[in-house]
Write a protein that binds this ligand. Structure first.
Ligand code: SF4
Length: 378
């Protein structure tokens, strides 16, 4: 057994642990555990500095999860874009490949709570069906391995899946969505990166939400991945009490860059059942973006996005920098709120300009892409 697997065995992993270690009432602990499984590995647990701190909020269950919030279990409508059990096929050229239900820490804000931790819903027995589906769809050039956390698989199993994907000629890019560099960096071993580097181009998107997670162990893990030629991006989630503060976010983004991780997305929290207490007004995210731009390198600035409810995909949000237009002069403001005008290029009159009506009229609603299971060529 590898060291990271031994660490996992010592996780807080049951309602009994919650009662004994955190003084939860037994009935509450049982209800929380059945809503979404509890697991906190000893490394992540060691990052907690005091009850209710930003690390605690992400991993220790809260009675607010049980409130009747009326929110959906599948806010991104992944299940309706799932032609086979292990695949979510929403965009034309890429798929999400769910490879394991397991995570080394179950984040209380998880969007995929309805499946994560439940091996009847994400299971190895569905892996071959996923590979077959990808092989049968030549338009898929980008596969994002997710779950759960794909780095919960052993190196052997991971290599079987990745080599299976690499054998498909039209798969150009393989991405791994993993929280391990943040929550259990001991998982990143020389053996793992040696295996991964055989299958380039590989990308890793990881998931740091707070500067306290940027430890020496995490830095070492990220550096090993980067040294193997694997670009690293970060997908953070904006959460109340965790990172809804411009100074916290600035520190996080700077630390990530120093660990060779490029900030990629900052997500507005999804409207997920049992995670409503993490949501912030959209204006909070816009204010954070306003405080990042100009105050640190553009490399450290993620895109702030809403993953559109119902499966509409990611929609970027920006603070207002274009204030108006005066003839061909565009009126802009910079990060210090100084006003500038920029002379736009006159449009060629021979090229018809779309009318305002045409540009802003809502497109006729189209039917969803035909990736329904009965039409899948598998
Ligand atoms: S690591 Fe990802 S999939 Fe696992 S619980 Fe956290 S957010 Fe959900």
């Amino acid at each position: 057994m590898e060291h990271w697997q031994e660490m996992l065995r010592q996780s807080v992993d049951s309602s009994k642990d919650l009662v004994e270690r955190f003084g939860f009432n037994t009935e509450l602990a049982n209800r929380l555990n059945s809503l979404f499984h509890i697991r906190i590995n000893p490394y992540y647990l060691s990052l907690i500095r005091y009850p209710g701190d930003p690390i605690w909020l992400q991993c220790i269950p809260d009675a607010k999860e049980l409130e009747e919030d009326g929110l959906p279990e599948d806010p991104l409508a992944e299940d309706s874009h799932s032609p086979v059990p292990s695949i979510v096929h929403r965009y034309p050229d890429r798929v999400l490949f769910l490879t394991t239900s397991q995570c080394s820490m179950y984040c209380r804000f998880c969007t995929r709570k309805r499946k994560v931790g439940d091996s009847s819903k994400i299971n190895m027995k569905y892996i071959q069906g996923g590979i077959d589906y990808i092989a049968a769809h030549p338009e898929i050039r980008d596969v994002i391995m997710s779950g759960g956390d794909p780095l919960m698989l052993t190196d052997f199993m991971l290599e079987r899946i990745i080599s299976g994907l690499r054998a498909i000629p039209h798969v150009e890019i393989i991405r791994l969505g993993t929280k391990m560099p943040c929550v259990l960096p001991q998982r990143v071993t020389p053996k793992l990166v040696k295996m991964l580097r055989k299958y380039h181009p590989i990308y890793i998107n990881t998931h740091f939400n707070h500067p306290w997670e940027c430890t020496l162990e995490a830095k070492r893990a990220c550096e090993m991945i980067a040294d193997a030629g694997i670009p690293l991006g970060n997908q953070a989630v904006l959460m109340k009490g965790v990172n809804d503060d411009p100074d916290v976010m600035l520190e996080l983004m700077r630390k990530l860059l120093a660990m060779r991780v490029r900030p990629y997305y900052l997500y507005q929290a999804d409207i997920t059942k049992g995670a409503n207490h993490f949501r912030t007004p959209v204006s909070v995210g816009l204010n954070i973006m306003d405080k990042l731009r100009g105050h640190t390198s553009g490399l450290a600035i993620p895109q702030f996005v809403i993953d559109a409810p119902g499966g509409g995909g990611k929609i970027p949000l920006l603070p207002q920098y274009v204030l108006g237009r005066n003839g061909n002069q565009i009126i802009l403001r910079n990060y210090k709120y100084d006003i500038y005008t920029y002379p736009d290029v006159e449009e060629d009159p021979k090229i018809p300009t779309p009318t305002v009506e045409r540009r802003f009229t809502r497109k006729k609603k189209r039917t969803a892409p035909t990736y329904a299971p009965d039409e899948a060529k598998v």
